[in-house]
Design a protein around this ligand. Structure first.
Ligand SMILES: [Zn+2]
Length: 100
């Protein structure tokens, strides 16, 4: 009944007690810039997020899933490998082009 083993939230690997790990919290918020597109007068997929929110209010059965699309957040720990992947993924290429 000791402490629960720490696992990487990304790769599910159990982290050794002595291992360096990285605490993270990530929030993904659905946003959409309003586009004035008079060319697409018949709506189309113009306001996808508004539609999503509308469905969220209308249909409570899959509300959790829909809400997760608008607001998704996780926090936990990641191993150093997954940290490296995440940093690479979220760093614009221009910033990666540092001196080697
Ligand atoms: Zn990992």
């Amino acid at each position: 009944m000791g402490e629960r083993p720490r696992t990487c939230a990304a790769c599910q690997r159990v982290l050794a007690a002595h291992e360096v790990y990285f605490r993270f919290s990530l929030v993904l918020e659905g946003e959409q810039d309003v586009l004035d597109a008079p060319d697409e007068a018949d709506g189309g997929h113009g306001d996808a997020l508004a539609e999503l929110v509308q469905r969220l209010e209308a249909g409570p059965e899959d509300a959790d899933e829909l809400e997760a699309q608008v607001h998704w957040e996780r926090s936990g720990v990641a191993c150093s490998e997954c940290r490296a992947v995440a940093v690479r993924m979220l760093t614009p290429a221009s910033e990666n082009a540092g001196p080697h």
